[in-house]
Every structure is written in C-alpha cells, then in structure tokens.
Design a protein around this ligand. Structure first.
Ligand SMILES: [Zn+2]
Ligand SMILES: [Zn+2]
Length: 562
C-alpha cells in the first residue's frame, strides 16, 4: 500500500513537472509583404532521411509532412555512394523533393547535391570525396561535425568543402541524457515541435568553426533537420540499428521546429528540374538563412550590406569603399534582439526586429536574431543568416605551388610485379619506346571477393629513400581512382601510407608528397621516414571500384623529387 502511494506521488510529480516546464506555444508571425527589390523567398527543410536509408517515412509521407508544416521543398539525403544513381527532383503533393546523397567518407559524412551520377562509387578520404563532388559540379556539405559518433562526425577541416552544417537537429536532441528526455516524453504529444526544440542549444563550437573558416574563404552554413522519424528503444549505441523503434520525433515535428529559407532569383515555376536548379543555385550562393520557427514562425529576414553604391545580400562578397552600411529586417515581435557579428564577435546590437549599423572593418558579417525565453544553454538563436563577405580577397589562393625539384628518373623495365587477392586478376606491360617508360596495368576485381584489389608493385625503391615526393604521368580507360601507396616493413609488421589520385582518359601530371600521404585503413596523418620505404604500389581496390569491374591504367615517367 505504501509503495503504491509512493509510486502515485512519483508519477504525479512527473506529470506536474512536465506540465510546469511545458515549452510555450510558438508565436504566430506574419510573413512580410514582398517589397520591391527583395528576392522571392521559399522555405524548406534540408537533410531528411526516407525509408530508402535509415528513415521511417516514404517520400510521399515526408512531402505531406512538409506541406503541413508550410514548407515548399525538402532536400532528401539518403545514405549511399552515389554510384549509378541519378538525383532526380520531383513535385510530390505540391512539395519540391530534391534528391541528394549522404556519402560516408573516412573523415565523416558529406552531403552532395546538384551533380550527375559519378563514374565510380564515391568513398575514401574526405578530401578525395570533396574533390570528386567538385569535379562533378556538385555542391557538398560537411554533415554534423558535432555528432556524438566519431565515425560520422566531420573532421576534415582543411578540405575545401562548399558548405557545413552549423546546426544538426539529430545531434542536438540525441545528445541529451535520459533524465532530460524523460519529461519530454509527456510533453511531446502536447507540443511536438516546441518539445523537440526545447532540447536544442546554440552550438557555440560549430559556429566558431564556421566563423573561423568564413574569415578566410566563402563557406555556406546550413541548419540541418537530419530527420529520420526514428528513436530506438533498445538502448543500443547506434540508434539506427535498433529493430524496435518509435517514429519520434515525427517529420512534421522537426519540420515545424526549424526551416531554411532560400532567396531565389525567380519564383518557383512548377517545373521540378528548373526549380531544383534554382534552389541549389541559391544554396551555392549562400542565400539562405535558418529559422527556429517553433519559437515564433515562420521567421523571415532580409540582410543587406551596401558600400559605395554596391549592394550585397547574404552570401555575396562586397568591396569596401569608405564605409559599409548593414541593414537587417525581421518579422519578429518587438522584443526581438538583433546581433551583427563579424568573425563571430558581436559588433552591433539592436533592441527590436531591425538593425542598422555601419563600419569599415573587413570581415565575414552575419546576423543572429534572438528572442527571450529561447531554449538551451547557451540560448538557441531564432534566426541565423549567412555571411556577407566584406572587403575580403575575392579569390582564394590556389594550392601551394610545388617548389622546384631535383628530379631523378627511375625504374626502367623489369622490376615490377602484380599483387592481388585470390579472386582478382591482373597483368602488367612495360613499353620502352622513344619516350618515357610506361607501365600499363590491366585489372579485373574479383566479383565475390570481400575487398578485392590489384596492385602494380616494385621493391626497387632506393631512389625514394632520399626523396620528399614522387611524380608521374598517368591516365586510365575510364574515370577512376587509383591509390598510390608506399609500404614500410618493420619485422613482421607491414604498414602502408596512401594518396588517392583521380585518373581519366586525359593524361595528367601527378605529384605525391610523402607529407601528404595518410595511413591506409585509419586515414591517420603520421610522418614516416622515407629511408624505411620497402615498396611502392599503384593499387586499384574496392574503395572506389565495384567488385567485378575491370579496366586498364598506365603510369609513365615515374621519378622521385626532393
Ligand atoms: Zn550522417
Ligand atoms: Zn543524415
């Protein structure tokens, strides 16, 4: 009897606490009437998983949820290597569904959109996938750099990615402890989107990273829904492995808690291909802001900077002529606070829904709008713009030029052999005509092998021992990736370092510096002594080729440099 009353008290206290701490209903805002000169703005959701990977909804269900939340587009980001897959946009129930792909790289997940199917599976080191997506003309986004799971978390900060997620809703709510999640179980059915958002914080670390990169180069920032509508109940470390799950938080709850708004050149036309191109062009241009509509919504912002008669919008670069004048206008309530940040530091503040400020310092300037009573510690901003890049060098410096070299031509015919797994086949041919010596590798990766490979190998590597890099000219029948590797042997322990290079029918000069090679398997940066190199390998493996595929590549004029 005593126990029963105690239980009752606990349950009642739980209910009472859930009711007392119930997050407030969002304030309904009106979108400002379109004014002359302002671009058409459409609201949507970025980073959504369907049943095609680890989400629980069909595209129809997701589009319907987006429509109910007032969104006009959804960017679907199911996991994959993009190989052979056409990313085709469509209208489903009036909502533009833009297909993207979330690629697993060794340096974390990378979302790519706006590109044709790649000629080989995209995988391997993050910097190589970034390079491949750029070569294909795609737009790539470093995903959830704050994920609690190291293998998903983006860590390739020096790769030239186009964009990054400065916010990821999935990382945000999954990082809460059980005791924090408990009252939300009762609150969720009453106020789904406000309850989900009550678990969000301002991601100060990610914003710092974004600001630091934006001070050096253009980089678009996006707030990701990363919606799966899936919460595992078994307490496994990987929530997507769970067989028993609930469809919580729902797509609609996430879509109502945050959105992205893109500023288009022209209004949507109803043609899915043209409209997807126009949304992707706006994302590329950085003409996008995020709003946490569960605080007050839908949130709207117009952010411009003007100097010497030139007007720039978010995402644009602006040259400073004298002073730069900034203007931000939101549709927020009177108690909105606006902050203008330069390089992450607040330089201007306004009490009220609009801000005007002027200054002459170069930097990446962006807007954060705040509302009182925001969830999180530090409090979640209500609206976050992309930067206007003021007075920054327009063009980025290219890659560092390779300093002049003392080169040694090495390896004539004779010392090469094939290494492969038991199910693959390979042969090599050496031609030594008039020109430089050329080694051709024909490979056929085993169809049923787990990780098939074929490699052209030499142990005649004395010339590498006092070098800092090696160089060659190479091409292949079809676009592909080849891994140039060195192997070090220490007793019975073998370790390899690699640099993946892109090959195509257009012959190309390639230089591989030892300092730029990473440990095979882990991708770790670890220096090695060239004098300990045991063999040099040119490898085709299943990182970027399907088992069963075959082809040929050649390498010529191989030399060491220092
Ligand atoms: Zn991911
Ligand atoms: Zn994802």
């Amino acid at each position: 009897m005593r126990w029963r009353s105690l239980m009752l008290v606990v349950v009642l206290a739980w209910f009472a606490w859930a009711l007392v701490t119930l997050p407030p209903e969002p304030a309904a805002l009106r979108l400002p009437p379109p004014s002359a000169g302002d671009p058409p703005v459409v609201r949507g959701a970025y980073h959504v998983h369907s049943k095609a990977s680890d989400g629980t909804g069909t595209v129809e269900e997701i589009a319907a949820a987006a429509g109910r939340a007032g969104l006009r587009f959804v960017i679907l980001t199911d996991h994959g290597d993009a190989f052979g897959r056409t990313l085709a946009p469509s209208y489903v129930g009036g909502v533009l569904c833009i297909e993207a792909v979330e690629i697993s790289t060794a340096g974390g997940h990378y979302v790519a959109l706006g590109m044709p199917p790649p000629p080989y599976p995209l995988a391997g080191e993050a910097r190589d996938v970034v390079e491949d997506v750029a070569r294909l003309g795609g737009f790539g986004i470093a995903a959830h750099p704050d994920s609690a799971k190291p293998e998903l978390r983006w860590d390739a900060w020096d790769a030239p990615f186009d964009a990054m997620e400065w916010f990821n809703a999935d990382s945000q709510w999954r990082d809460e402890g059980r005791w924090r999640l408990l009252p939300t179980l009762l609150q969720y059915p009453m106020r789904p989107s406000a309850t989900v958002a009550s678990l969000f914080d301002r991601p100060a670390d990610l914003l710092r990273h974004w600001d630091a990169i934006a001070a050096r180069r253009r980089v678009v920032g996006l707030a990701a829904a990363d919606a799966h509508a899936r919460m595992g109940l078994g307490g496994k470390t990987d929530p997507y492995d769970e067989l028993v799950y609930v469809k919580v938080p729902s797509y609609e709850a996430i879509f109502r808690s945050l959105s992205i708004s893109v500023e288009l050149r022209d209004p949507l036309s109803g043609d899915p291909g043209a409209d997807a191109r126009s949304v992707i062009a706006a994302l590329r241009a950085g003409r996008v802001y995020a709003a946490f509509d569960s605080m007050a919504g839908p949130g709207a912002l117009s952010f411009t900077a003007e100097s010497g008669g030139e007007v720039a919008r978010q995402g644009d670069a602006l040259a400073i002529k004298g002073m730069a004048r900034f203007r931000a206008v939101t549709n927020g309530p009177p108690h909105t606070t606006l902050e203008l940040l330069r390089g992450g530091e607040v330089v201007g503040r306004a009490d009220g829904p609009s801000l005007e400020w002027e200054g002459s310092q170069p930097g990446a300037y962006r807007i954060e709008a705040h509302l009182p009573g925001a969830p999180g510690e530090p409090p979640l901003p209500w609206i976050v713009s992309n930067p206007v890049y003021v007075g920054l060098p327009a063009a980025l410096g290219g890659a560092d030029a390779v300093p002049p070299a003392i080169a040694r031509l090495v390896w004539p015919a004779g010392s090469w052999r094939i290494e492969k797994d038991g199910r693959s086949a390979g042969r090599s041919a050496t031609s030594a005509g008039e020109g430089p010596i050329r080694h051709t590798l024909h490979y056929e990766l085993g169809r049923d092998a787990a990780s098939p490979f074929v490699a052209l190998v030499t142990t005649d590597v004395g010339a590498l021992h006092d070098a800092t890099r090696f160089a060659f000219r190479a091409a292949s029948e079809r676009p592909m990736r080849m891994s140039a590797q060195v192997r070090l042997v220490d007793g019975t322990l073998e370790r390899r370092w690699q640099r993946s290079v892109y090959l195509s029918p257009d012959p190309r000069e390639i230089t591989v510096s030892f300092a730029d090679m990473r440990v095979v398997g882990t991708g770790a940066r670890e220096a090695f002594a060239p004098v300990r190199i045991h063999s040099l390998l040119f490898v085709v493996d299943s990182v970027n080729a399907k088992p069963g595929s075959s082809g040929a590549l050649w390498v010529e004029g191989l030399r060491t440099e220092r």
